[in-house]
Design a protein around this ligand. Structure first.
Ligand SMILES: Cc1cc2nc3c(=O)[nH]c(=O)nc-3n(C[C@H](O)[C@H](O)[C@H](O)COP(=O)(O)OP(=O)(O)OC[C@H]3O[C@@H](n4cnc5c(N)ncnc54)[C@H](O)[C@@H]3O)c2cc1C
Length: 338
């Protein structure tokens, strides 16, 4: 394992923010993760575990060790009549894995096409899109415990998945290096979810008359390309805030003042799109020098080039304050602020 000094992180975060890591290393295996722990580095300095850097905001130089997780490998563990159980290394690129599943006609992750990042980070915030969350297909998560170096396997229930949440963002935060994830996918009799947004209509428009793993994936990719800024063109980390949930009576009161307020059921609560709240406060498309709020997606903060993470965080806090003032709703960041 090589430790490099003073490494630029600009190409390791999708905001494209310039920040320097005091030290930088790459982890290629479970054994390397255990060796890093055994070196005692976690007791000596801050360590940032990094996947694809698509869900972080670097607000300053990192005065510690950045350990990029690059554990690769895909292995079929079981193949049953209608299911395949696949173990995937934490460093595998998520979208490439989805494409591999599409090629094999394995169902379950097609709605999650084109989400940036790595396999290992996906359970952290239970990635979700177009009516599907990764929790729906996760069988187990393998991780190395930082305090002992022991391997622990978390069952789906033990991961305590919620909306953009898991145990890895709560009690287990900063305590584990995720090294692999086991997925259970369908090989036939797939259950397609085409009801969300324009997935069904786009599928038809693209010439797919009946749903298939590929048809749903194509449709999702088409929609995402038309709606979301490509980080290779404009730096961003996707949705900056989570969609807030409010009690039904709070929502009814809001609806009296704002009759057009959109909403979705979320168990006993009501989910309100954060993008709508931000737009109502006048932020959509606002630009402040090199940073701003995307013109088409009020939930996406952007770095037009040469922006500073600290300024993006300041903008995020101003947005949060204005939404709180107008609606009495607090937005919580989805992005990990470093
Ligand atoms: C254009 C765009 C669109 C997006 N769309 C969506 C979307 O539709 N749905 C969605 O849910 N998300 C979306 N995201 C957010 C992001 O892609 C996901 O959160 C993704 O899972 C992050 O993966 P990553 O490897 O880049 O994680 P990173 O940004 O590298 O890390 C995220 C967090 O996980 C930790 N971490 C990373 N790897 C490990 C590991 N192996 N072990 C322990 N901790 C680890 C890091 O320390 C950090 O706290 C989008 C982002 C972008 C840029």
């Amino acid at each position: 394992m090589t430790i490099q000094k003073n490494i630029s992180l600009a190409s390791f975060n999708t905001f494209g923010l310039e920040a320097t890591a005091k030290e930088f290393t790459t982890i290629h295996s479970v054994e390397e993760a255990q060796a890093l722990i055994a070196s005692g580095v976690f007791q000596k300095q801050r360590v940032l575990l990094l996947g694809g850097g698509s869900n972080i905001l670097l607000t300053k130089n990192f005065d510690g060790l950045v350990a990029r997780i690059a554990i690769t490998g895909k292995k079929v563990i079981h193949k049953h009549d209608a299911h395949v159980v696949l173990k995937v290394g934490a460093g595998e690129n998520w979208h490439e894995l989805v494409m591999y599943c599409v090629e094999n006609n394995w169902g379950g992750v097609e709605n999650l096409s084109l989400i940036p990042g790595t396999m290992g980070a996906a359970p952290m915030q239970n990635i979700g899109a177009y009516g599907v969350e990764i929790k729906d297909v996760i069988e187990e998560v393998e991780a190395v415990e930082i305090s002992t170096g022991n391997i622990k396997t978390f069952s789906n229930a033990e991961c305590r998945f919620g909306y953009r949440e898991s145990i890895f963002k709560q009690e287990a935060k900063d305590k584990f290096i995720i090294t692999g994830v086991t997925l259970r996918l369908t090989t036939k009799d797939h259950h397609f979810n085409c009801s969300y947004g324009a997935v069904h209509d786009t599928m038809i428009a693209l010439g797919h008359d009946v749903p298939s793993v590929r048809a749903v994936s194509d449709s999702v990719i088409h929609i995402r390309r038309s709606k979301l800024p490509d980080p290779a063109v404009i730096g961003n980390a996707g949705s900056f805030f989570k969609n807030p949930t409010v009690h039904a009576d709070t929502f009814e009161a809001l609806k009296k003042t704002y009759p057009t307020i959109p909403s979705y059921p979320a168990g006993d609560m009501i989910k309100v799109p954060a993008a709508w709240l931000i737009e109502q406060c006048g932020w959509k498309g606002k630009r402040f020098n090199n940073i701003g709020v995307h013109q088409l997606q009020a939930l996406v903060l952007v770095n037009y080039g040469g922006g500073e993470g600290e300024k993006i965080w300041e903008l995020a806090m101003n947005i949060q304050a204005s939404v709180r003032d107008k609606f009495n709703i607090t937005l919580h960041p989805e992005v990990n602020v470093i």
